[in-house]
Design a protein around this ligand. Sequence first.
Ligand SMILES: C[S@@+](CC[C@H](N)C(=O)[O-])C[C@H]1O[C@@H](n2cnc3c(N)ncnc32)[C@H](O)[C@@H]1O
Length: 242
Amino acid sequence: MTDPIFTLHQGLLREAPGSDATTLRTLGEAGIHGAAQIADMGSGPGAASLVALRALPEARVTAVDHHGPYLETLRQRASAAGLSARLSTRQADMADPGFAQGTLDLILCEGALYFLGVEDGLRTWRPLLAPGGRIAFSEVIWIRKQPDEAARLFWMEYPQMTNRTGVRARVEAAGFRVVSDFVQPKSDWEDYLGPLGTRAEALRPEADETLRAVLEGAAEEVALFRRWGDNYAYAVFVVEPA
Ligand SMILES: C[S@@+](CC[C@H](N)C(=O)[O-])C[C@H]1O[C@@H](n2cnc3c(N)ncnc32)[C@H](O)[C@@H]1O
């Protein structure tokens, strides 16, 4: 039986708040150019991989995700865009992604580092970086000092969630320094939640009980952001070994 979460997410282009413009800004702030070796960890269907391949015509991108169908979607999209030659996909655990030490100029990770935890993830990936290599990740943060109760209750599912200063502290605790960080625009949430909400609505009439519970979760995420989205944001952190 297909996991109802994947039924909901199938066919979506993004699996976290983000946009092509934000990925482009991230690449610029990371100072990546030329024949860079890039890993897109937790790539999902690969929106960031595609932006990097387009923006950096000599770069090679390896997309890593443990969910094979996302990688298949990415391969199809890359092929349609004529970008396959510089793309590799790797179905693997990003905690042990199998890259040789000292080989990556950029590790990109949009909306997925929380699965490993900021500190653990950065420590795990550090040996993979080439000299001068950087890591750029995005992470949900609190932007209001005293978040509203409804937002706080929803985000109890991610108890490690902190604010911008808190993420910076974790970066430093992992032995890195922040090169640049910025809060993503609210429209990055719409790019993610808009299609998610539309798909949830389309699946609802035929959904069985299990799928319905997942659809309600998605509807709640959309509604929460529309009502309480001033409490939290996604932010990008570009970091390098200290
Ligand atoms: C919230 S989604 C973000 C996907 C993509 N970066 C984007 O912005 O559209 C998180 C992704 O991380 C992947 N993932 C989670 N834990 C993982 C792990 N330990 N190893 C590899 N992939 C993982 C999931 O399959 C999912 O595709």
